[in-house]
Design a protein around this ligand. Structure first.
Ligand code: FAD
Length: 430
């Protein structure tokens, strides 16, 4: 095989690897994607149970204004279904308050007479932040100097009450980081995305996103159940022992796996140090998603609003009712309840489920004790940790013919995975 007829080998069929393959294929370059898993999508997967529930592996949404998502997806074919903008917030005293369009129409949402969240200056500060993010492009916000998000909010002047009852439950759920230690440039970007777009899921579940990209690639260009053991220059050694030679190699796995695959690439210690020095962030945020099923009407009342828990120390951080948003998530006559718990609790699945039942019964009434536990997903490396000072883009070219992409090479978002995949494709095409 001449080097131009050899495919570009992409290790990993998550959103980054698939985006890279999509842009290369559109430009006429042969690609071969290798993935260890039994389906495409990486962290974006949906399981269907024998009863007909669709379970996304962790609560996850597409923000429809993500620039990279708009570039690459056919939204019409995905039949996107949107959550209503806003949230129902359970306060520490057990009362609930509903905020509709809090970022898109801040004054009307927060200034409802009954809203116990935020003082008048707090509400005006939301308006001011909305104006600020609308003045910038997404890229400009990501490039801004950063502190951690909590410090950013405090410096902006928001009261502790506003931070604890709105920002921590809402953005702590987005970052899987209740303490808001995540870098503020990413907060500004995400805030803008909520102001300008919607939070949506494809009608048939989140896995439709990677499936749409994979379906546009030539048959046989995606090999599943094919774990890669090492990457050495433009050669890939499979776990089976087979060695494949590519025109170039793109490592599109998670950060820890990439470090492991690349560490031995020349077999000497210096090279290992070089890999470390090039920056491979591998720390990650943990989340657990517990699904319950109920008969009859949805406990979410069909309002398509996310439930957020502002109670300190609670296990149930956010609750959603996916079938209220897209009916295909549950069989007819049944409803699905998705409950997310962020961070490490050192509980077994049975202990967590029992603890959640107690909290959900206090929140949604005693019927919650009868909800059927469908499945739990514990996802130790759901999002890469992204702290102040981390570059918004790590170097994506590692050596001639050797590249990397993925959210861990940028910031924790689908947008980053898709963007780094495209950027590597553009480097290869240049
Ligand atoms: C619960 C949860 C909620 C989230 N919520 C949101 C959200 O609301 N909005 C948002 O924008 N983002 C969200 N994200 C983040 C988003 O899913 C990720 O940023 C994105 O999917 C990362 O894609 P990736 O391609 O970089 O990595 P991955 O999806 O991790 O893909 C890596 C791929 O590499 C493969 N692989 C690993 N090792 C090997 C090997 N040795 N050989 C071959 N293949 C290998 C894996 O099987 C996988 O397919 C969430 C993530 C999770 C888990």
């Amino acid at each position: 095989m001449t080097s131009s007829s050899k495919p570009i080998i992409i290790v990993g069929a998550g959103m980054a690897g698939l985006a890279c393959a999509t842009w290369l294929h559109r430009a006429g370059r042969p690609v071969l994607i290798l993935d260890a898993a039994d389906a495409v999508g990486g962290r974006v997967r949906t399981d269907t149970t024998p009863d007909g529930f669709r379970l996304d592996r962790g609560f996850q949404v597409l923000l429809t204004n993500y620039p990279e998502a708009r570039r690459i997806f056919d939204y019409g074919a995905l039949q996107l279904k949107s959550f209503r903008s806003g949230a129902v917030i359970r306060l520490a005293n057990g009362h609930e308050t509903t905020l509709q369009n809090p970022l898109q129409r801040p004054l009307s949402a927060f200034s409802a007479l009954t809203s116990p969240i935020g003082s008048l200056p707090d509400k005006l500060r939301i308006v001011s932040l909305v104006r600020h993010v609308l003045k910038h492009t997404p890229e400009a916000l990501l490039a801004r100097p950063a502190t951690n998000t909590l410090t950013f909010l405090q410096r902006y002047g928001w009261s502790e009450q506003m931070i604890n009852t709105f920002f921590k439950p809402f953005f702590g759920g987005v970052f899987l980081d209740r303490e808001l230690s995540t870098a503020s440039n990413f907060f500004e970007f995400v805030f803008q995305q909520f102001v300008t777009g919607e939070a949506a899921v494809p009608a048939l579940g989140m896995q439709q996103l990677p499936e749409q990209l994979a379906s546009r690639l030539p048959a046989n260009s995606v090999q599943l159940n094919t774990p890669v053991a090492a990457v050495e220059g433009t050669r890939v050694r499979l776990k089976s022992g087979q060695v494949l030679d590519g025109a170039a190699v793109v490592v599109a796995t998670d950060g820890l796996t990439a470090l492991r695959l690349l560490a031995g690439r020349s077999g000497n210690a210096d090279d290992g140090c070089m890999v470390q020095a090039t920056g491979f962030p591998t720390a990650a945020r943990l989340t657990t998603c517990t699904y319950f099923a109920a008969d009859g009407n949805s406990p979410g009342r069909g309002d398509k609003l996310l439930r957020l828990n502002a109670t300190p120390g609670a296990l149930a951080h956010n609750v959603s009712f996916p079938a209220d948003v897209s009916a295909a998530y549950a069989p007819s006559g049944r409803s699905l309840i998705s409950v997310s718990t962020h961070g490490e609790r050192s509980l077994t699945e049975a202990e967590l489920t029992a603890g959640l039942r107690d909290e959900l019964a206090a929140w949604f009434g005693p019927a919650a004790r009868q909800w059927e536990h469908v499945r739990s997903y514990r996802i130790p490396a759901a999002l890469p940790v992204y702290l102040p000072g981390q570059p918004v883009r790590q170097s994506l070219k590692l050596a001639d013919g050797l590249y990397r992409c993925g959210d861990w090479a940028a910031y924790p978002s689908l947008n980053a995975a898709l963007a780094t995949g495209r950027e590597v494709a553009e480097m290869l095409l240049a």
